[in-house]
Design a protein. Structure first.
Length: 342
């Protein structure tokens, strides 16, 4: 009996120790004590769960939107602007001497597109024997077809003369007609160049179609001016209807040019330079191309500019909106500048 009691006591102790351990194991959880978590209840997630969890996609970055492009019109299609037309005007030049050569050198230095003349192309009497020396010697590169002996001619005609009284004096200007190839009947004709429409008139009283205001020639001019759609209409001839020079005005050429539609008148005959305003349009007298220079007599009340101190020619530059006229001496001095605008 004395040996049995200790065994039981040990057994009971062992049982009690086991029960205490089981109770302690049942009370252990994954919840940490509040004093270790600062009063905040937290749970842990197994590492395996983190490796297989599906995370939400990241939020897109926030960016300031760029302003929408402002619509613009397409660039305009540019139409090349035609180059202005440059032409020279010479008159009473057909002397064949140094004065005429100086004027020719001046004119060619401008490199004009073409040249017009206001008469007296071949002094002293329009003979065949003198015409090439008086004209072709200086201007053969502007004439087509060229039949003279001073060099090659042009590949198209760029020389448009009118007849002067001296050109008529031998065989009714036959040398003139043989030398030039011109439009129409060659005595009077028209042509266009860019924005310009030119009407070359024969103002000599020996013209077969007449020179009066009701002549066949005048009717041709009236009809031509009325039909023209060119911005600028230029009428040129030899005998001026108004002048302050030695020859003075020529009454039979006082046609109603403005009423018919002319914008500009050009003449020669008086060996001076003069600009007049007649019925609101300019009349240029340009007769100092080589022949002897004249004096002024009684100034016409329409006269604006008068000059007689040296030889020279006119340079005209034109486009559809304006024309600029200059008279320039053989030494390059600009004596007069005048401008017309539409």
């Amino acid at each position: 009996m004395k040996r049995t009691a200790p065994i039981r006591a040990a057994t009971v102790g062992i049982i009690l120790l086991a029960l205490f351990a089981a109770s302690l194991a049942c009370n252990l959880t994954t919840t940490q004590p509040d004093d270790l978590r600062g009063g905040v209840q937290a749970t842990t997630t197994p590492v395996e769960a983190l490796s297989t969890a599906t995370l939400p996609p990241p939020a897109p970055p926030t960016a300031t939107p760029l302003p929408s492009p402002t619509p613009t019109d397409p660039p305009p299609t540019l139409t090349p602007t035609p180059a202005p037309v440059r032409f020279a005007v010479i008159g009473d030049y057909g002397q064949g001497d140094q004065n005429a050569a100086d004027v020719a050198n001046l004119v060619k230095s401008w490199q004009p597109d073409f040249i017009i003349t206001v008469g007296d192309n071949n002094y002293p009497s329009g003979a065949a024997e003198t015409i090439d020396a008086n004209i072709g010697q200086f201007y053969h590169e502007y004439i087509y077809p060229y039949v003279g002996t001073y060099g090659p001619g042009a590949d198209q005609n760029r020389f448009f003369p009118t007849i002067g009284n001296h050109d008529w004096d031998t065989n009714r200007a036959q040398a003139y007609f043989d030398y030039f190839t011109l439009p129409g009947n060659e005595r009077y004709y028209d042509f266009t160049w860019g924005p310009l429409h030119f009407f070359a008139v024969n103002s000599d009283s020996r013209e077969p179609d007449g020179v009066s205001r009701i002549s066949v020639q005048a009717q041709w001019l009236q009809d031509g001016l009325a039909a023209s759609t060119a911005p600028w209409k230029v009428v040129y001839f030899h005998h001026p209807p108004y002048s302050s020079g030695l020859h003075g005005p020529v009454d039979w050429m006082r046609w109603p040019f403005v009423e018919w539609g002319a914008d500009v008148l050009m003449a020669g005959h008086d060996h001076v330079y003069e600009r007049l305003i007649v019925d609101g349009i300019p009349l240029f007298i340009n007769g100092v191309g080589g022949g002897p220079i004249y004096y002024f007599v009684e100034p016409d009340p329409r006269s604006q500019v008068r000059y007689r101190d040296d030889y020279g020619a006119m340079l005209v530059i034109a486009d559809a909106a304006q024309m600029t006229f200059q008279f320039i001496t053989r030494r390059g001095v600009v004596i007069d500048t005048y401008q017309l605008t539409k």
